[in-house]
Ligand binder design. Structure first.
Ligand code: NAI
Length: 304
C-alpha cells in the first residue's frame, strides 16, 4: 500500500526551517494541504514575529504544484494558536494531522541556567505542543480521525549534559503522548512521538561536519510521515536519524515484595540486583497494569 495524504490537511509547526520544513514539503508532495507554521525566530527563540520563513516554504510548495498556507503564530501563545486552527479550518475545512515540531534551544549547565531560560524552553516545547494539540483535539474527535506527532529528543529520553530545560520539556511531550493516545483511541486519534537526529541549525555547532553530512533531515521525514499516516501505530516513540530507525519504550522490571518485618533501606540495598534485573523487564500498556501487578505481588507476599 502506498502512503499518500490526498484530501488530508496537516499543520506542521516550526516548518520554516530544518526538519519541519522537510516534513511539510514531503506531506505536500504526497497530496496533503499544509499549514506552514513558523514564528521566524532564531535558534534560542529570540527575535520571532515574522512569517517570512513560513512564506518561503509555502512558495516552494506552490511552485511544486502543492497547496499550502503560511501561519506566523508563536506556538507558546494560545490565542495565536487558536487563530491558526481557525485559519486552517477556513482555508481547508478540516485538520487531520498535527506535527508538533517547533522548538528552541537555550543550553546551559543547570548551575548557570536562569529560570527564564528554563521557562522559555518549556513554553515552546511543552506548552506549545499542548496548545496546538488542544485546538485541533475536538476537531479531530468530531471527524473521528486524527494523527498527532510529538517531537522528543535523545537528550530527554536518555540524558545529556547541559540541557535540563530541554530534557524536561522533551520528556513532558512523551507524557502528553501517553495520555492522549489513550484518550484519543476511541475517536480514531493516534498520537506518536519522533526522536530525530538531523543536521539543522539546531545541531550545526554540536556535531562535526562529516557527521552532519550523514544525517540529513530528508532521512528522518519518512519516519514522521509513517507516524501520521492512515496506518500509523499509536503511543510509539520512533528514533530516526541518518536513515536509521528504532523504537524506544518505557519498561519495568518484575516487582519484588519485601515484607514489613524486614522492610528497610538496607533490605532494598540487599535486594537491589533483583529489583533492577532488567532481564525481567516488560512494557506496560497503561498505568493500571502497573498498579495491578504491584497489588497482586503485595497480596501474594502477604500470604507467604
Ligand atoms: P530548527 O531550529 O531548524 O527548526 C525549528 C523551527 O521552529 C524554526 O524554524 C523556528 O523558527 C521554529 N520555532 C521555534 N519556536 C517557535 C515558536 N514558539 N512558534 C513557532 N515556531 C517556532 O530545528 P530542528 O533541528 O529542525 O528541530 C525541529 C524539532 O526537532 C525541534 O522540536 C527539536 O527540538 C527537535 N529535535 C531536533 C534534533 C536534531 O538533531 N535536529 C534532535 C532532537 C530533537
Amino acid at each position: 500500500m502506498t502512503i499518500r495524504f490526498d484530501g488530508r490537511v496537516a499543520i506542521v509547526t516550526g516548518a520554516g526551517n530544518g526538519l519541519g520544513r522537510i516534513h511539510a514539503l514531503e506531506l505536500a508532495r504526497l497530496g496533503a494541504k499544509v499549514v506552514i507554521n513558523d514564528f521566524g525566530g532564531s535558534r534560542d527563540g529570540k527575535g520571532g514575529a515574522s512569517s517570512d520563513a513560513a512564506l518561503a516554504v509555502v512558495e516552494e510548495i506552490r511552485k511544486a504544484g502543492g497547496e499550502a498556507i503560511a501561519n506566523g503564530a508563536n506556538v507558546a501563545d494560545f490565542e495565536q494558536v487558536q487563530a491558526m486552527a481557525a485559519q486552517a479550518m477556513e482555508a481547508f475545512g478540516r485538520i487531520d494531522i498535527l506535527i508538533n515540531n517547533a522548538g528552541i534551544l537555550r543550553d546551559k549547565t543547570f548551575s548557570k541556567m536562569e529560570m527564564a531560560d528554563f521557562k522559555a524552553v518549556m513554553d515552546v516545547h511543552l506548552t506549545g505542543s499542548a496548545n496546538c494539540t488542544k485546538v485541533v483535539w475536538d476537531i479531530m474527535r468530531e471527524q473521528n480521525y486524527g494523527r498527532i506527532l510529538m517531537t522528543t529528543s535523545a537528550a530527554a529520553l536518555f540524558g545529556n549534559f547541559g540541557q535540563a530545560n530541554y530534557g524536561a520539556a522533551k520528556m513532558a511531550v512523551v507524557g502528553l503522548m501517553n495520555m492522549l493516545s489513550i484518550e484519543g483511541s476511541k475517536y480514531g486519534i493516534r498520537v506518536n512521538t519522533l526522536a530525530p537526529i538531523a543536521a539543522t541549525r539546531m545541531t550545526s555547532d554540536v556535531m562535526p561536519e562529516p557527521l552532519l553530512k550523514a544525517i540529513r533531515p530528508e532521512q528522518v521525514t519518512p519516519g514522521a510521515l509513517y507516524l501520521v499516516s492512515e496506518q500509523a501505530p499509536t503511543k510509539l516513540i520512533l528514533g530516526a536519524g541518518g536513515g536509521v530507525f528504532s523504537t524506544i519504550r518505557m519498561e519495568e522490571t518484575t516487582p519484588v515484595y519485601i515484607a514489613d518485618k524486614e522492610l528497610s533501606a538496607d533490605a532494598i540495598a540487599a535486594r537491589f540486583d533483583q529489583i533492577a534485573d532488567w532481564s525481567t523487564a516488560v512494557p506496560r500498556e497503561e498505568a493500571n497494569q502497573q498498579v495491578a501487578v504491584f497489588v497482586e505481588t503485595a497480596m501474594k507476599g502477604l500470604k507467604v
